[in-house]
Design a binder for this molecule. Sequence first.
Ligand code: COA
Length: 332
Amino acid sequence: MTKISAAITAVGGYVPPDVLTNLDLEKMVDTNDEWILSRTGIKERRILKGEGLATSDMAVEAVNELLRKRGITANDLDLIIFCTVTGDKIFPSSACILADKIGAKNAFGYDLSAACSGFLFGLETATRFIECGRYKNVLVVGGDKMSSIIDYTDRNTCIIFGDGLGCVLLEPTEEENIGVIDSVLKIDGSGRNFLYQKAGGSQYPPTHETIDAREHFVYQDGKTVFKFAVTGMADVSAQIMERNNLTADDIAWLVPHQANLRIIDATAERMGLGKDKVMINIDHFGNTTNGTLPLLLWEWEKKLKKGDNLVLAAFGGGFTWGAIYIKWAYNS
Ligand code: COA
């Protein structure tokens, strides 16, 4: 029997128009443009503004673009995997809300929570659904309205995150050696207290006290996260190269999660890649959590050629991390 592989066949993206610059942040917390740029590589990020607007509203824009580009309708979707830490509500899932908003009547779906590695884990899951032969059009959405859980009085976190969302469509292919080829994915829950939301879940449901203590915002021990991220992302990226006998020359693009330019540089260096092979959007979008990887593919889509070897790599709260090797399936 011919082997069925999963290939990305379309990409969509959306970032809100409102920009929050380092100079804006200087007016909000004790920080400065020079510090933020030199320590993180970020100049500005996007913020979703507007009463009642949520992560699913960004998804509607991105997914409609994707459907248009691929020439299919929402009813052609079989499965929606919505990777996010800022779903519209704790329940129902943002996958349900999105399916209703775009009119996807034939899909089932669910949300996937793995912090900044969510999109990678979603991509892996979607790949297996395709490979089993039963699903034909699987949508993986990754994105966050991080501004809804960021404390704009905390300079440790508010300088890093931004809002944005991207999505990809996976379809089966019988072509050999194309699509999603290999993955190395990991979790280590002993890292759970270094990057997280202290309250709002079942352990500490919202109370006046938790709100007064600002425990519904992202808490980050930046130094510890940095230490784990810098080795974690580089380790899995090196591992996936080794496992697939890839040299630096074989790789067209590293598609790295964008939390800090120094973490990205360390990963690229470990892989032996020059800066010209590394996708970067941290300067203009900051860390968009689940949005980062699909937004990079969205911005770079026109430069990608069929057969290009891509290594997608991420690290996030939990801890969660991993790398996926893809052979790009189409020319735009
Ligand atoms: N503006 C100005 N100064 C700041 C600042 C800010 N926003 N934040 C911290 N500082 C100061 C600190 O107070 C400290 O001053 P001191 O030396 O006088 O004590 C100094 O800058 C260095 O602080 P430090 O916390 O060591 O900075 P850092 O180099 O570790 O950078 C992060 C902080 C958050 C940018 C960095 O730790 C990081 O990127 N961590 C990982 C983030 C990440 O990957 N998160 C998401 C994973 S998905």
